[in-house]
Write a protein that binds this ligand. Sequence first.
Ligand code: AMP
Length: 170
Amino acid sequence: MQLENYIRSINDFPKPGIAFKDITPLLNSPEATSACLDKLLKMLGDQKVDKVVGIESRGFFFATLLAQKLNAGFVPIRKPGKLPHTTISRSYALEYGDDHIEMHIDAIEKGDRVLLHDDVLATGGTAKAACELIEHLGGQIIQCNFLMELEFLNGRDKISGYDVQSVLKF
Ligand code: AMP
């Protein structure tokens, strides 16, 4: 199955100059979603994982599927002001703007083996901030995996200390 055929590129969204990678055609196909999940699991191998951390919002889809398959907990990282309990936060630079992300202070226990997941690795700023949140709580990052990587933005350089995997490269 050619998974790249299920990723739609939308030019100039949400801002001029950005080619947005739309994963809704992938999510709309149970066969493609299942094939993609299998690839993510294969990249992880038989490593034990306690928590799968997904980044808002498109990282949530596969992070929850991965957590179920791995019998691990799912942890959301969200945009400011969305999580109801006490949070920790980190600022980050996005391909299109600046923001910060938050995680519940009790979402990860010291020594937890953590898989970080998001849909797109672009400049790597979001993933780097997410790694900092996880490690601040004492989590051990086993792998950072992505549905796709925009190689021309060199995002993996920002998280070079980790095992970085992506299903598709553009
Ligand atoms: P970055 O911090 O630059 O690596 O950006 C990664 C985050 O921004 C991810 O959560 C993506 O969902 C989103 N993102 C960045 N660039 C794109 C893009 N071209 N298409 C879709 N999502 C993107």
